[in-house]
Design a protein around this ligand. Structure first.
Ligand code: PMP
Ligand code: GLN
Length: 375
């Protein structure tokens, strides 16, 4: 008996393992390979010897909750009640899983916009729900006609990811207007907005569901410090939800993890006093430009990247292989690891595209591009 009979090992593990086995430059799984900020290390070293090693309150370290609320007020003009609307989670993955397993009952439908992040569908399946996968437009904008056609009386949740992994597209105000009108017509549908790349938005400032007053009472926001503070392994994220929904989420959360790693919460809480998120975005836009420039004379065709730390390319000029085979060839023959885009689609739709992670040192990006330009 399997709850997930058709779900394989995550592509991010598979490709990182292959990269390691072949000594390839790993631009597959999304994590930085540069050191974390020295100030974060200094806070860690100091706090290590303090009384920070026991359970935090179930919903999270109070000072961290306060700081997230302050950031949400500053960035999105939303006042969050720290006691009733905020929860620290073990990364966004646990947050998303917990939300889905709180709200979705047997037979409930969840709309997932493809290409989509790999944890959404399995989380719905474990809950006994039915994932309804709906393709984004060719430019990865939302297709509201298709989304509306996918809504039924059983639809519980729509999952939105903005900025978008893997394509790097970001949502516009007018798309949020359209989403609001759609949700007005279907009041039983709740929105789960995955905003883990909220601080890595280039084309315009990130538009959070937090900043849309009409959405707030029907939206759960999931985010993570893994991306914005370069500590993906710390697995500290958070959820913001209306009190009524949050009360239910907390009931599930307390028996999934009870509370999240205390040391990381203490360090992040202090570090939030000094971190400059604008500098994080500036660093990534510079890395995107560097990587794009390095590849502009290659035979890879670059798609636009408006946010996240992923660059999607198509390789139609190079090979007719499917993207999984080509990604493997790229590792074994050319020494660079990527993620094939077909894995983000329900039926493995293959558009001969790959995703490269540019959260890497300039030296790594230069070395990888040198290999890619030769192909
Ligand atoms: N959502 C998206 C879109 C992601 O790319 C990721 C992972 N990087 C996550 C959720 C999971 O985040 P975390 O590592 O904090 O669990
Ligand atoms: N979110 C990261 C990515 O898209 C990977 C996270 C993971 O390995 N589970 O590459």
């Amino acid at each position: 008996m399997s709850k997930l009979p058709n779900i394989p090992t995550s592509i991010f593990s598979v490709m990182s393992q292959l990269a390691n086995a072949h000594g390839a430059i790993n631009l597959s799984q999304g994590f930085p390979n540069f050191p974390v900020d020295e100030r974060l290390l200094q806070i860690s070293e100091r706090l290590l010897r303090e009384n920070v090693h026991q359970y935090t309150p179930m919903a999270g370290l109070p000072s961290l909750l306060e700081k997230i609320a302050a950031l949400t007020a500053k960035n999105y003009q939303r006042k969050v009640n720290t006691a009733s609307e905020l929860l620290i989670t073990a990364g966004a993955t646990q947050g998303i899983y917990t939300v889905i397993n709180t709200l979705v009952n047997q037979g409930d439908e969840v709309i997932i916009l493809d290409p989509s992040y790999d944890s959404y569908e399995p989380s719905v399946l474990v809950a006994g729900g039915k994932p309804v996968r709906i393709s984004l437009n060719d430019d990865y904008s939302p297709n509201f006609n298709r989304i509306e056609a996918g809504i039924t009386a059983k639809t519980k949740l729509i999952i939105l990811n903005n900025p978008h992994n893997p394509t790097g597209r970001i949502w516009t105000e007018s798309e949020f207007d359209a989403l609001e009108s759609l949700l007005d017509k279907h009041p039983q549908v709740v929105l789960l907005s995955d905003e883990v790349y909220e601080y890595i938005s280039f084309a315009h400032a990130h538009i959070s569901a937090n900043s849309r007053p009409k959405l707030i009472d029907k939206t759960i926001i999931a985010s993570s410090f893994g991306k914005s503070l370069h500590v993906t392994g710390w697995k500290v994220g958070y959820l913001i939800a209306p009190e009524k929904i949050m009360n239910e989420i907390k009931k599930v959360h307390q028996f999934l993890v009870f509370s999240v790693n205390s040391f990381s919460q203490h360090v992040i809480s202090e570090y939030l006093d000094v971190v400059d998120f604008a500098a994080v975005a500036n660093m990534y836009v510079r890395k995107r430009d560097l990587f794009q420039n390095l590849l502009k004379d290659s035979r890879f065709e670059l798609l636009p990247c408006e946010g996240t730390y992923f660059q999607v390319v198509n390789y139609k000029q190079i090979s007719t292989k499917n993207d999984m085979d080509f990604a493997k060839e790229l590792i074994t023959t050319h020494g660079v690891a990527s993620i094939p885009i077909s894995v983000f689609y329900k039926d493995a739709i293959d558009k001969q595209m790959l995703r490269f992670c540019f959260a890497k040192t300039d030296e790594t990006l230069i070395a990888a591009a040198e290999k890619l330009r030769k192909i």
